[in-house]
Ligand binder design. Sequence first.
Ligand code: ASP
Ligand code: MG
Length: 421
Amino acid sequence: MFVFKFGGASVKSAEAVRNIVNILQRFEKSEIVVVVSAMGKSTNALERIIDHYAGNNREGWDAEFQSLKAYHYEIINSLFEEEDHPVYEGVAALFEELSRRLEKSPTLNYDFDYDQVICFGELLSSTIIGHYLNRAALATRWIDVRRSLKTDSQWREARVDWELSSSLVQEQFSFNGEKILITQGFLGSTINDQSTSLGREGSDYTAAILAFMLKAESVTIWKDVPGVLNADPKYFDDTVLLEKLSYLDAIELAYYGTSVIHPKTIKPLQNKNINLHVRSFMDPDAPGTLVGNLSYEKLTPSFIFKMDQVLIRVSPLDFSFINENNLEEIFGFLGKHGMKINLMQNSAISFKMIVNNDKRRLRLVVDDLEKKFKVAYQTGLELVTIRYFDQSTIERVMINKELIMEQRGVQNIELLLRDRG
Ligand code: ASP
Ligand code: MG
């Protein structure tokens, strides 16, 4: 049994959905669990709906709602010629349920409301694609993942209850003659059946969770790129495809920000020794990247760029040294406002951290810090991580840049840079 995951880009249009059929037909003999994301940028559209809804802006959410609806109907109208196809009933029911939800007043808990609304993206895409696969003579059963993937109630970043979910998943994801089971990525639910989500971009993680619980042979993430590249083509025009990656290398690259694989995906697969393939849905014959229990001699340097970074420098007001108590306080403020640190460094009298330029969070964190510390910050920086670095790779990223901070490990180096201007 295989797990296939199709992300937003691979289900963004009627043409993309037709292409899924082409891919699945190549595996006609196998049993496959298909995990799908919301179509195209639907999750972002739902986030806008939620913002308007939370702000009681009815006109705002209604306009977004109508355009989300039009987008999905355009896809089904192109995929299904018969006007009485049951897909229409399924999709209409979901839009009705969503609109009923939006008619209720928002609760005081934004994150809770978010999860009750965001789930419609994946529910819609899996419903549409499930019907289309059946129509294409690929016998498919639709499964609501929320009935088996149980989580806590940490809305928007829910944590999976592995034990409970395992037995439910094994019960529900059983093949009874059909070759394909289709379900939603990114979603779960609490023990009381309230919807939860696993964090943005979480569908890869769902694929890994299901593969782990069902002991799949392998997972394939079908993407709009040829596989995992050693750098984002936005920044380099001579990128190389990494044909093989060890679990550790994949975890490190995902952790530092390679956007191709969600960082939480690898660990469950590694624990059960399940291979992960990252392959192009446009070129399904190409091998892509294989992640597994692999070793290799040639260690290709990989580059990860994070733009628009902010360096925050914190020092005690009374000229004392940075100590454990200060750090506890500093981390407390970051935790409170949900700000993540990309890199940190401390010296006797100051503590430095690099964060994304999330203006709202930054303001909140700095306001809190300033009550206790002297705070200075610098924006417009760029953080480059190089895995398997050497002098020439460092020189390559340093052209016309000024080095603000550096952290060197055995395998990785991180360079905080600023344009020389
Ligand atoms: N649809 C969700 C998102 O856009 C989950 C995913 O695509 O992985 O974040
Ligand atoms: Mg993704």
